[in-house]
Ligand binder design. Structure first.
Ligand SMILES: Cc1cc2nc3c(=O)[nH]c(=O)nc-3n(C[C@H](O)[C@H](O)[C@H](O)COP(=O)(O)OP(=O)(O)OC[C@H]3O[C@@H](n4cnc5c(N)ncnc54)[C@H](O)[C@@H]3O)c2cc1C
Length: 458
């Protein structure tokens, strides 16, 4: 493509889509390549017998950027917002206990003993400072709140976000605000209060769409039109050296046929272990760094039941399971209570997660075996009688990157390497946070960095 500066973004998950979308907005000539037959990556949906099941994220937390993207894409009418007061539960000795959300509820809750409740209520007045070195999430929680809160609140929450192990996760990398709040205010609860949005600002809400979260990646892909190509796999990358505008040659494969594309800049929006392999001809050191990011396996088990089969009302967000309860389920979301249209009239839809860094072996079991184990745990907890009307299982051997101790250093090394390798950029859920919102922010920021690079090069 002589005279033009072509950018190739590899991987059409939400990170790559957001990056390509922003590049397109900025006027860059962009191609987005996706190896599977659809955009969206981990975001997916299926409809079965009147149920709508999400195979990856079940919802997303809004940010100002997501809301403006949704408006720009013209899909606000499809947006669904969950009730912000939806109750969340923890399984305690086999029974669901509501998580208290106010100091008053905390005083009377039987989820935690008196000592732990006092530790939470008094935390704003017990000032502390973070230690000099990097601290694990477990060490932080024990130091500030004690073992019970680590086991019954922090651990399950960490499973819900990272499918991670609190003993290994880095507080600084996984939950940077907590360390900042402790440093600034001496208290994480005081910091959380201070950081609340100003009155009048749009509050963050838990959302999805009538069609499921997938509406967002699909709408971005529609807008990108022929700039997105599916069924095309990036195989290897060569550096051509200054050769007009194109400095990279990307070898790809589509339906068994090899093709070559040239580009002035390449964005790797693939998982870290794929990017590690693709960057190998250009930087062995980066291959080593990217390969150092551990991924936790997760299986997602969705099931639909008639409402009268269940003894529990399943009203609220759902429940999390502390590892102390010795079950395989990490947590279960009550989809049909959060958003309308997830189940036919008189039925309920629920989605459970298993595996993670603390129980990876279960994800190697056959799908029907995983479904059987998780459904029998749900049946016990939710007093469900009989089999589900329908169900689905998805297994992800490498679902979520782990922001373990040392992750901050890994990200710094990747950022340093980007500065040493003009035209090479990385985006994805292993860099600035795994949530859909963080991936979108990261995609936009990467696009702006690419555009700056192209302008300085022109
Ligand atoms: C089970 C589960 C539940 C989750 N729940 C939530 C939630 O409720 N809320 C929330 O905010 N977040 C949630 N997340 C996190 C969030 O969904 C992900 O972090 C995010 O979707 C990752 O997007 P990504 O684009 O970085 O990566 P991916 O979605 O993994 O996209 C990478 C893309 O690259 C493609 N690719 C790979 N190799 C190649 C190649 N060689 N050539 C071309 N293309 C290639 C892949 O096919 C894929 O489409 C969840 C994640 C999982 C796994």
């Amino acid at each position: 493509m002589p005279g033009s500066q072509h950018v190739i973004v590899i991987g059409a998950g939400i990170s790559g889509l957001s990056c390509a979308h922003r590049l397109n907005q900025l006027g860059a000539e962009v191609s987005l390549l996706e190896s599977t037959d659809r955009p969206g990556g981990l975001i997916g949906v299926i409809r079965k017998e009147g149920f709508l099941f999400e195979s990856g994220p079940q919802s997303f937390q809004t940010t100002d950027l997501i809301l403006s993207l949704i408006r720009e894409l013209g899909i606000e009418a499809d947006l669904q917002t969950a009730d912000s007061r939806a109750a969340r539960y923890i399984l305690l000795h086999g029974k669901l206990q509501r998580i208290p959300t106010s100091p008053q509820a905390m005083l009377t809750s039987s989820l935690l003993g008196v000592g732990s409740r006092w530790k939470i209520l008094s935390e704003p007045f017990r000032k502390s400072r973070p230690p000099d070195g990097e601290e694990s999430v477990a060490k932080f929680a024990r130091r500030k709140f004690g073992d019970e809160i680590l086991e019954y609140l922090v651990g399950p929450f960490v499973s819900g976000v990272y499918a991670g192990d609190p003993e290994k996760l880095s507080l600084r990398a996984a939950f940077p605000s907590l360390e900042e709040w402790e440093r600034e205010y001496g208290s994480v609860l005081r910091g959380a209060k201070k950081s609340r949005k100003a009155p009048g600002a749009t509050p963050s809400s838990l959302c999805s769409f009538r069609q499921g979260v997938v509406r967002l990646p699909n709408a971005i892909a529609e807008k990108l039109a022929s700039r997105v190509q599916t069924g095309i796999t990036a195989k290897s990358l060569n550096h051509l050296g200054p050769n007009g505008n194109a400095i990279f040659e990307l070898h790809t494969e589509r339906a068994g046929e090899s093709t070559t594309m040239q580009a002035s800049a390449i964005v790797f929006a693939t998982p870290a272990y794929v990017s590690a392999h693709l960057i190998a001809p250009i930087s062995e050191a980066l291959t080593h760094t990217l390969s150092g990011i551990a991924y936790a396996p997760v299986a997602v088990i969705a099931a639909g039941y008639y409402r009268q089969q269940a003894g529990e009302p399943m009203e609220g967000f759902g429940f999390l399971v502390p590892r102390r309860e010795k079950l395989h389920t990490l947590g279960t979301v009550w989809n049909s209570s959060l958003f309308p249209g997830r189940a036919p009239d008189g039925a309920v839809a629920l989605t459970s997660f298993t595996g993670g860094a603390t129980n990876p072996e279960i994800v190697s079991e056959p799908e029907d075996q995983i479904a059987k184990i998780i459904q029998s745990e749900n049946e016990h907890i939710l007093k469900i009688v009989g089999s589900p009307v329908t169900s689905s299982v998805w297994k992800y051997p490498r679902a979520l990157p782990q922001y373990n101790l040392g992750h901050g250093h890994i990200v710094e090394t990747i950022r340093y390497a980007e500065r040493q390798l003009p035209g090479i950029f990385f985006a994805g859920n292993y860099l600035e946070g795994p949530s859909v919102g963080k991936c979108i922010e990261n995609g936009f920021q990467t696009a702006e960095a690419v555009q700056n690079y192209l302008q300085t090069k022109a």
